[in-house]
Design a protein. Structure first.
Lengths: 312, 499
């Protein structure tokens, strides 16, 4: 029984039960406005954008790090991608988003290692820099993705790209040293160092990978919304949290050995709850309160350690 | 044991600030030898070995292994040169699988370019686990699914599968049950039979004499002597370690002391699902109540249950006035103290000062109108760490820099300062040298003479026999036997109820 409770299947069963519960709840409350197959597919498509970012964040969150510059990079990479797409089409769009995203990640990782201050402080500072940079790059103008470059705006393009991102994440976690070393550093950095792991190098790789995934998220985000406007004053902060919620699911379900499916299903659950409230006509503020509360309740129920255990 | 010198340590030296942890130590170890390294806590045994395997940089001197000078930077480099270590505390990493832990830093044989052949790694790890006889451990499972002892067994595989020239076993046996210890002894014997060598650090002198060929003694960082196991006994070793005769008051010598009729704590029907079941006992004023059993018998969980640290506890823990203990803050408020077996993770805040660790539960008492004054905290901490004769530079030193015995003294100083009336001490002398042990036993006797009561959970039968007024033996989560203090009570009597 103990083995079953630690198995992947058990983890899937918990996640599946939560999907059914929330779906059933909102379907019961608002049977006509919520939960048709077409609606569910729509919720899923919107959730996978955040799932991609959630996968990226997983690499640094398991190491005990944090990144507030994710939202700023989504904006900046989207703008760079759209600008390059005007001259180079899809190639410019993809290279612009992924290249800019990854470079930003490398820069964050490099500065984090060099400055030797907490990641939260480094990324808050850089968030302000990237926001201003995005305004400068965009020339203060809203950037619109050309209609002929919107393959990733809906199915199957968005699903294919997201699936590739999930597959990449799965591959890195299971078939490279990176996944092992990120977990090892998060577990005990001192011991990891003693095992010969170059901790600084893998933290830099973690940030680079996070922002590579942010680059993918930028492709999906600007394709879905078709436009991107650069704003300053920490306005990108809110973009950090939706992917992070998926990461919380991933970290919580890591013990079952399937963080990626937990991130994807977790984001889908958040989308169901959010859209459920929309269907009920609840004001946005209430939606946010309940979505946040639902996240806390779900993660508490599924990831709660024994009383007295260390939770960071 | 051959005449070939496998390891030659010359003038090894290490200082931490003003503390001279290892002071010009020179010794040689022959091929095919099991060499014990003994000494008090803080004598420099672990530091010496940790320099050899790259956990600490070498402060001075040279290690020559098999004719080559070695100065390694980390454990992986040490492993590659034929040096492995099994550490005292947790040496495996959470969040990784068993296989990942075994091959951490040694993934190369499973790498196909940048791609890791995870299946091959798991297959090989499982083969090793099966070969060592640890078939209940699954290589593909997360290490977090296993308890402290199983994780130690994984660590043993990790440290030995590469057939190191020198295997360092640093105070590992205290974390193992009897079966686990036997497996470790077998592995040590195999290393010796293979012409390789073991450095064995332990405070259990009986174990040292039984399993080691030779014994090197360190005291205050200095090399004292190397003797053959066949030429010495426990008393002469203690003398060499401490530099004087250990008095007869090592354990209590009083028998026939009447236990007070005053019950200070009643435990009724306490159950923690899957761990302990229907545990009932009473603790009396001035009593040392010993709990013993095999490692998974549930005795450690009893300590947590009494301290309100088990969230799914059923049944009741009540004080004499009827107050029910259901949480840790409530336990502390009602004068219950707890020292965990897992000292580094559950009792001590490693990256905090001795002062802050000592004052922690007493801050409310020390505050004046919610304001804490540094002078008052310093004075308080100094008083109690001095009382415990803690070996330290100053009270602002980080606890992580102290030896195991001195960390335990900080834990005890904390509860002495709090003035707790009921002390739950889980493995109070685990990994602690004879001199500190003696001090802790003396303190326990002093406390009970003051009317304080102690629940002492111990895996060491002589300690249970030597210190307890009553002994409860647990088996499979239940109390399986009760013994009153008696000169005629033997280890066999207790073991008969444990197995």
């Amino acid at each position: 029984m103990q083995n079953f409770k630690n198995s992947k299947l058990f983890g899937f069963m918990i996640l599946g039960a939560m999907v059914l519960f929330f779906y059933g709840l909102f379907k019961f409350l608002t049977p006509t406005n919520f939960g048709s197959p077409a609606n569910l597919f729509s919720y899923f498509q919107s959730s996978i954008i955040y799932s991609v970012g959630g996968c990226g964040l997983y690499f640094i969150v398991v190491m005990g790090l944090f990144d507030f510059a994710v939202g700023a990079n989504i904006v900046l990479s989207s703008i760079v991608g759209v600008i390059l797409s005007e001259k180079l089409g899809y190639i410019g769009f993809i290279i612009g988003c992924l290249g800019c995203g990854t470079l930003i990640g490398i820069l964050i990782g490099f500065l984090y290692n060099k400055l030797n201050v907490p990641s939260m402080i480094v990324t808050v500072g850089l968030m302000l820099v990237f926001e201003s940079l995005a305004v400068f790059v965009a020339g203060g103008v809203k950037q619109t993705l050309a209609p002929e470059l919107r393959f990733f705006s809906g199915a199957p393009g968005n699903i294919i790209l997201a699936a590739l991102a999930f597959a990449l994440m799965w591959f890195i976690l299971n078939y490279t040293r990176i996944g092992t070393y990120c977990n090892a550093i998060g577990s005990n950095e001192f011991t990891a160092k003693n095992m010969g792991i170059d901790v600084k190098k893998y933290k830099l790789i973690g940030f680079a990978l996070l922002h590579f995934f942010v680059g993918i998220m930028a492709i999906l985000t600007v394709s879905y919304g078709t436009t991107m406007t650069a704003l300053t004053g920490m306005s990108t902060m809110s973009r950090n949290f939706q992917p992070l919620m998926g990461t919380f699911f991933g970290v919580a379900f890591r013990k079952y050995g399937n963080p990626i499916s937990a991130i994807v299903i977790g984001e889908f659950i958040i989308a169901i709850i959010f859209n459920g409230f929309v269907a009920l006509g609840a004001p946005t503020t209430i939606q946010n309160v309940v979505t946040g509360a639902a996240l806390l309740i779900i993660v508490t129920l599924t990831a709660r350690g024994s009383r007295g255990s260390v939770v960071k | 044991m051959s005449d070939k010198i496998l390891l030659n340590a010359e003038h090894i030296d290490k200082q931490f600030g003003i503390t001279h942890a290892v002071n010009d130590v020179s010794l040689t170890i022959n091929a095919g030898e099991i060499r014990a390294l003994i000494g008090e806590n803080g004598s420099g045994k672990s530091t010496f070995c940790q320099m050899l395997c790259g956990i600490y940089t070498i402060g001075g001197g040279t290690f020559t292994l098999d004719g080559k000078v070695v100065n390694v930077k980390n454990q992986v480099e040490a492993n590659n040169l034929g040096i492995s270590i099994i550490v005292q505390e947790m040496g495996t990493l959470s969040g990784l699988s068993v296989a990942e832990n075994i091959f951490l830093g040694h993934e190369e044989p499973f790498m196909r370019g940048l791609i890791k052949d995870t299946r091959a790694m798991i297959r090989e790890a499982q083969r090793l686990l099966d070969e060592y006889g640890f078939k209940n451990i699954r290589a593909g499972a997360m290490i977090d699914n296993y308890n402290f002892e199983d994780r130690k067994l994984v660590e043993i595989v990790k440290a030995t599968y590469m057939k190191p020239k020198i295997l360092i076993v640093d105070e590992t046996t205290t974390a193992l049950s009897q079966n686990g210890r036997l497996e470790l002894y077998k592995i040590m014997d195999a290393v010796r039979a293979d012409g390789r060598s073991v450095i064995f650090i332990s405070h259990d002198l009986g174990e040292v004499l039984e399993h080691c060929d030779t014994i090197s003694i360190l005291r205050d960082g200095e090399y004292i002597d190397t003797v053959k196991s066949s030429d010495v006994d426990e008393d002469s070793l203690k003398r060499l370690m401490v530099g004087r005769d250990i008095g007869t008051a090592y354990y209590r010598t009083d028998y026939g002391k009447e236990i007070s009729g005053e019950v200070v704590l009643s435990v009724n029907g306490v159950t923690i699902p899957g761990q302990i079941e229907d545990v009932n006992f009473e603790l009396h004023r001035g009593e040392i109540l010993g709990f013993g059993g095999l490692s998974e018998c549930g005795m450690h969980e009893v300590g947590k249950a009494v301290f309100g640290a088990s969230w799914d506890r059923q049944g009741s823990v009540k004080l004499a006035d009827g107050t029910e203990i259901t949480s840790i803050p409530q336990a502390i408020k009602h004068s219950i103290a707890y020292a965990s077996k897992d000292r580094d993770n559950e009792s001590i805040i490693l990256n905090e000062s001795i002062r802050n660790n000592t004052v922690l539960p007493s801050l409310d008492d020390l505050a004046e109108a919610h304001i804490l004054k540094a002078g008052k905290l310093n004075k308080f901490a100094q008083e109690f760490v001095d009382k415990m004769q803690t070996k330290m530079q100053h009270i602002h030193q980080f606890v992580s820099e102290l030896s195991g015995g001195n960390k335990q003294k900080v834990v005890l100083a904390r509860w002495l300062g709090k003035g707790s009336d009921i002390l739950v001490l889980d493995s109070p002398t685990r990994g602690i040298d004879v001199k500190v042990k003696q001090a802790i036993y003396a303190l326990m006797s002093e406390l009970t003479a003051q009317g304080k009561s102690i629940v002492m959970i111990s895996e060491e039968i002589p300690e249970l026999l030597g210190m307890s007024d009553r002994i409860l033996i647990m088996k499979d989560g239940r109390i399986n036997g009760e013994f009153a203090r008696s000169e005629s009570l033997s280890e066999e009597d207790l073991i008969a109820k444990m197995v």
